[in-house]
Design a protein around this ligand. Structure first.
Ligand code: NAP
Length: 316
């Protein structure tokens, strides 16, 4: 039997967790083995992870007992919630509590909680520059993740808080890529003004989590805020122009205009970009690229990410 320490990975078939699973399995000398958590062990993605060498187990954040089984015997646990599956900050908080409880019961020695800032510490609910959403949030999927930090602390867990950044994969899967305007030109539309947007390849979030598990004890109790590169909308458009071979223009819009675009979550995304724009000095400064690169020497810049992924960005 392997004497490798088990890392239980929530969201293993997804972006962040999948990145961590692949980082561990691709390192033949890794001190860790992977326990990939999925709701469906028979899905194509789950089978692919098993074929790579992961132990694949079934668990659901909505089923406490299944999580406790999945964390039992694990040295480490990578914990993430899935806002865009339900749009509910309360469900994120419940999921975080379920994982913290399971990690406590299992005696997990290192937990990574994938989190973000509470924007209400910067823009109180009384600040009307952006609407309050769902009664008590400014950016629900940010605010609830930071609120959940306290749950992991309350359980006395050995936790590292990993503050993530905007995935460049949103340009592929989230409809955030360049769109053709009525004039036939391509526009990258974001209400970021001339401020930098910290971005990252979601695969690199998983790779950084691997670096944190490898660093071990020294990372416990720490907050690590990461990004692959900080770029303005104009710089992103210029990189896209080069990579796609089509001219892409940056289209800065007012956050109020963005919030009214009408796609599900447009108000939330409008608030999110406005927070990043209005507090860019903090938000960019807090995400030290050197820290991310030390933990993950393979960290991609936007150009390098485009070299691999530009062909997947839907532009016709
Ligand atoms: N998009 C961005 O730019 C961005 C940036 C920073 C942070 N985030 C945050 O990232 C989080 C999502 O992480 P991700 O992008 O890695 O996820 P993802 O790729 O959307 O999905 C991860 C996997 O989670 C599993 N899952 C979904 N609901 C589950 C449940 N109830 N119990 C157990 N597993 C469940 C699914 O696997 P199975 O179907 O196999 O069970 C899914 O494949 C969100 O909360 C979001 O706010 C996103």
């Amino acid at each position: 039997m392997s004497d490798k320490k088990i890392i239980a990975v929530v969201g293993a078939t997804g972006a962040q967790g999948g990145g961590l699973v692949r980082a561990i399995l691709n390192d033949k000398n890794s001190p860790f083995a992977v326990r990939a958590i999925t709701r469906d062990v028979n899905s194509d993605k789950a089978r692919a992870l098993a074929a790579m060498g992961a132990e694949v187990v079934a668990a659901d954040l909505d089923d406490q007992a299944s999580l406790e089984r999945a964390f039992t015997g694990a040295y480490g646990a990578f914990c993430v919630t899935f806002f865009w599956a339900h749009f509910s900050p309360e469900k994120e908080l419940a999921g975080a509590r379920a994982m913290a409880e399971a990690a406590k019961k299992a005696g997990v020695q290192h937990v990574i909680w994938s989190t973000l800032e509470d924007t209400r510490k910067f823009i109180p609910l009384t600040d009307n520059r952006m609407p309050t959403l769902l009664g008590k949030y400014k950016v629900p999927h940010f605010d609830a993740k930071d609120e959940a930090n306290a749950i992991f602390t309350e359980y006395g867990l050995p936790v590292t808080f990993l503050q993530t950044a905007f995935y460049w994969e949103n340009l592929i899967y989230f409809g955030a890529g360049p769109q053709k305007g009525p004039d036939g030109k391509y526009y990258l539309t974001m209400p970021m003004g001339d401020k930098q947007l910290p971005g990252i390849s979601s695969e690199d979030i998983g790779k950084t989590a691997y670096g944190i598990f490898k660093a071990g004890k020294e990372m416990i109790g720490k907050t690590v805020a990461i990004a692959g590169e900080h770029l303005t909308g104009a710089q992103m458009a210029a990189a896209l122009t080069k990579a796609l071979g089509k001219e892409v223009f940056y289209n800065d819009v007012d956050p109020d205009v963005y919030r009214k675009f009408g796609f599900p979550g447009a108000d939330e995304m409008g608030n999110m970009f406005q927070f990043k724009r209005d507090f860019a000095d903090y938000y960019v400064g807090h995400r030290d690229l050197n820290v991310a690169r030390r933990l993950n020497p393979e960290l991609l810049t936007f150009d390098k990410w485009l070299e691999k992924n530009a062909s997947l960005i839907p532009v016709e």
